[in-house]
Design a protein around this ligand. Structure first.
Ligand code: 5AD
Ligand code: SF4
Length: 439
């Protein structure tokens, strides 16, 4: 059989990155080889995101680039996978005559056959009807041999009024604890040191099976020899005190929690259909600070949701000042088709949205700087991930608090080693230091 090469480019969240490992796994099992040169690919696949209009625009730009590759290599199959495939379906085929295949990640199993069909018979097709699956039957082609993602649920039932995810990824289904534990055990046997559990809302894991996220955390700790465990994304409505207690008792939990607040005003939280109040969110953070001292807390915030008054926005700024997040991922509200918020008449004008985002980012960046500066002189436990070559040899890893840490030196640190780093300088998004021990 002649060699066939695929190239995958991924946009969006960690779940999408993980899905790309699954798409690559399916292709590899069917005899395809991966190439790092998009120009040389027989199958050029973009795994897409559509959470905001800006993400969608980026992908349309990419498709323009792919079109040029195809001009030089007319036999090439161009496939659009992922969330934009779910949103647009066969409209993508109509709009882009050089796109051969549109496929949601829920149909990953069919990818090799459909890619083959597109290559051989030049049949163009959209395969977007599949439902989320709890257990993926597909092997993964993992990108790291030190850290791994493990999906514990797929889909989303939350229906936040701004969010397109439930429409493009479908309803939530959870895996069983036994299955997650055995996947992690085999990853650990293969050398993986750190696992990040993934789900749109990890805290509602097991609701469909009578199991809980807390039980899952304990089972992983008791039944595997994993060294570091992380998870995302949490939802404040489902983040129970039991989870905090189990994290406090855990010796493997990474000292970091990502808990999106989205807004600091009860009126806006209600309009977003988030299912909690500011007071509830603050009570969780209070409990985290009390029972999990030193844990880093990060969040997501949307600015300019329809109807957001200057007073609502001031409440978000005040919340950010009070809670002092290690980092906040801040987003301009983007109207998404099919979502209730998009059809509200009280949309905030783009200039006001942008101006508010800038004010929020200035405050948050100052706070992140201040927090990171308190690390200078302290030591952190870092899992070595890779070397990055700048002008000299620099190593990169993440500390337990999930901050990126860099250090220089000619000593060779193998990937997967845990090292103790004394922090010597700090920026908004990273720490630098020197290694003072390992093991
Ligand atoms: N506009 C802006 N941000 C959004 N997010 C989700 N939907 C939208 C939207 N329509 C943000 C939320 C979520 C993160 C992944 O993306 O903050 O937590
Ligand atoms: Fe991930 Fe949402 Fe983007 Fe899909 S739309 S890739 S679920 S962030």
């Amino acid at each position: 059989m002649a060699e066939k090469y695929f190239f995958i480019e991924t946009f969006g969240c960690q779940m999408n990155e993980h899905d790309s490992e699954m798409l690559a796994g399916a292709l590899t099992a069917a005899g395809w080889d991966e190439t790092s040169c998009p120009e040389q690919a027989d199958l050029l696949l973009v795994n897409t995101c559509c959470v905001r209009d800006s993400a969608e625009k980026k992908i349309y730009g990419k498709l323009g680039e792919y079109k040029r590759y195809k001009r030089c290599r007319p036999g090439m199959v161009i496939a659009v996978a992922g969330c934009l495939a779910g949103k647009e379906g066969d409209r993508l085929l109509a709009r882009f005559d050089f796109v051969d295949l549109v496929i949601t990640n829920e149909n990953a199993e069919k990818l090799p056959a459909l890619a083959e069909e597109a290559a051989v018979r030049r049949r163009r097709r959209a395969e977007v009807a599949g439902r989320p699956f709890a257990e993926s039957p597909l092997a993964r082609r993992r990108r790291s041999n030190v850290t791994a993602w493990v999906a514990i649920s797929r889909g989303c039932d939350n229906f936040c009024s701004y969010c397109i995810v439930p429409y493009v990824r479908g309803r939530e289904v959870s895996r069983r604890i036994d299955s997650v534990v055995s996947e992690i055990a085999s990853l650990v046997a293969g050398g993986i040191r750190e696992v990040t559990l993934l789900g749109q809302n990890v805290n509602s894991f097991g609701r469909d099976n009578g199991e809980t996220f807390g039980q899952l955390l304990t089972a992983i700790e008791e039944r595997t020899s994993l060294q570091r465990l992380r998870f995302m994304t949490s939802h404040p409505r489902d983040f129970s005190p039991d989870i905090i207690d189990r994290l406090a008792a855990s010796s493997i939990a990474g000292r970091h929690i990502h808990l999106p607040v989205q807004a600091g005003s009860d009126r806006i939280l209600a309009a977003m259909n988030r299912g909690y109040t500011v007071a509830h969110y603050e009570a969780i953070i209070g409990r985290i600070r009390e029972k999990l001292p030193g844990f880093a807390v990060t969040t997501d915030i949307i600015v300019g949701f329809p109807g957001e008054s200057e007073e609502d926005f001031a409440a978000t700024l005040a919340l950010v000042e009070r809670l002092r997040f290690d980092a906040a991922f801040t987003f301009l509200y983007s109207p998404r088709s099919r979502t209730p918020a998009a059809s509200r008449p009280d949309q905030i004008d783009p200039a006001t949205r942008k101006e508010r985002l800038n004010r929020l980012m200035a405050i948050q960046n100052r706070i992140a700087d201040e927090i990171n500066r308190t690390y200078v002189g302290k030591t952190v436990e870092v899992l070595v991930e890779k070397t990055v070559k700048k002008n000299r040899l620099t190593w990169q890893g993440r500390c337990s608090e999930n901050k990126l840490v860099f250090w220089d030196g000619c000593h060779f640190w193998p990937d997967g080693e845990f090292v103790t780093v004394r922090v010597t300088s700090a920026k908004t998004w990273q720490l630098s230091g020197v290694v003072i021990g390992n093991g």
